[in-house]
Ligand binder design. Structure first.
Ligand SMILES: Cc1ncc(C[n+]2csc(CCOP(=O)(O)OP(=O)(O)O)c2C)c(N)n1
Ligand SMILES: [Mg+2]
Length: 369
């Protein structure tokens, strides 16, 4: 049987209130070390976002896309899954990569598209992919990741793996055909996949009422025959618990879950966007009061795990880590030109083979192959 929590707008799973107090009945019971790891990853993600956005403004990288204000949407789920579970991410969860301990210098290298970049400069910045961490490449066309995640989960089910796939889509992305196809396949197959709609109020300059006539996004779970929960996306305990519960259901063979994380995009859509042209500043102000990092910090302080000195030391550590990653990458050359002939063809077609020969001869190297 599937259930849906969030059929109307008043339904919202919240555990950690903006003042840092916790609902004792829903408290997921995380120990101090787990809470601190989540907090540190959230702060590192925000500091990284700020630094990389500045880097774009300085013309060092050509594009960036921040997740400011949405850190709990990626870090709660990252903490709730095991490192073996597959991530099929969207572009707004850099926190998941930070939490899974992808080295910052590799994230930065991907944004530079240099010789350290594992995607060899072939992707837009922020389109990360890390095999070692079971994190599939981010796709630019909106919605495709839902189909990919459904497929990954269907394959794992057939192989008898007790693992799940998680994927993200924005509120705008739910208007895509691929969202429908992925959701439908996942539910019909009872695939072990968790689909998260990060409802941040906007799809670039288009507000949510232009994406759906439903009262909530999670209502769509009912139509697909999935369990659905509407979750406070700025509450890292709620995002953690919702995903932990969804994971348990999935590995028990009870199929996929659709989660709506209600949050807000505090920054522009990307470095190419100016949100002041289409939305009121007061809207952002109201959401700044619900900051996910601030909430967890208040909680940690009340639990005696945090204070101003630790905060200062953490900020310094995070800034140093990202600055070092940037400085190291400043010295790295572009990928070898010749690398563009690699990885795609088992055997190069004649025109590309000729181009490769030309390049090799220009370098004084032998003929292909
Ligand atoms: C199929 C497709 N159409 C359009 C675009 C251009 N585009 C990139 S992001 C975006 C808005 C997405 O908004 P949403 O899904 O709400 O995610 P958010 O950026 O708010 O996290 C659009 C239209 C695209 N990448 N792919
Ligand atoms: Mg959006």
């Amino acid at each position: 049987m599937t259930t849906t929590v969030g059929l109307d707008k008043d339904d919202l799973l919240t555990i950690l209130a903006p003042d840092g107090t916790v609902d004792p009945e829903l408290d997921p019971g995380l120990d101090g070390a787990q809470c601190l790891r989540m907090y540190e990853a959230m702060v590192q993600t925000r500091v990284m976002d700020e630094r990389l956005m500045n880097l774009q403004r300085q013309g060092r990288i050509f594009f960036y896309l921040a997740s400011t204000g949405q850190e709990a949407c990626s870090i709660g789920p990252a903490a709730a899954l095991t490192p073996d579970d597959w991530w099929v991410p969207g572009y707004r969860q850099p926190g998941a990569f930070v939490y899974r301990e992808v080295p910052l210098k590799l994230l930065v290298a991907q944004c530079y598209g240099n010789a350290w970049d594992v995607t060899k400069g072939r992707q837009m910045p922020v389109h990360y992919a890390f095999r070692e961490q079971n994190m599939v490449s981010i796709s630019s066309p909106i919605g495709t990741q839902v189909i990919q995640a459904a497929g990954v989960a269907m394959a794992m089910k057939r192989r008898g793996h007790a693992k799940v796939a998680i994927t993200y889509i924005g509120d705008g992305g739910t208007s895509s055909n691929d969202f429908h196809a992925g959701m439908n396949f996942a539910a019909v197959d009872k695939a072990p996949v968790i689909v998260i709609c990060e409802n941040n109020g906007w799809a670039i300059s288009v507000p949510t009422p232009r994406q759906t006539a439903s009262e909530t996004f999670v209502q769509k779970a009912v139509a697909y025959g999935m369990t659905g929960v509407r979750v406070d996306g700025n509450d890292v305990f709620a995002t953690y618990k919702a995903v932990r519960d969804a994971r348990e259901r999935a590995v028990r063979g009870e199929g996929p879950t659709f989660l709506e994380f209600v949050t807000y995009r505090l920054a522009g859509h990307s470095s190419s966007d100016d949100p002041k042209r289409y939305r009121p500043e007061a809207e952002c102000e109201a959401w700044r009061a619900k900051d996910p990092i601030e909430r967890l910090r208040l909680y940690l302080e009340a639990r005696g795990l945090w204070d101003a000195a630790r905060e200062e030391a953490l900020l310094e550590r995070c800034r140093k880590a990202i600055n070092e990653a940037v400085n190291d990458n400043e010295r790295v050359p572009r990928p070898e030109l010749i690398s563009m002939f690699e990885d795609v063809w088992a055997e190069l077609p004649p025109d590309l083979a000729a181009a490769l020969d030309e390049e090799r001869q220009a370098r004084g190297e032998g003929r292909f192959p």
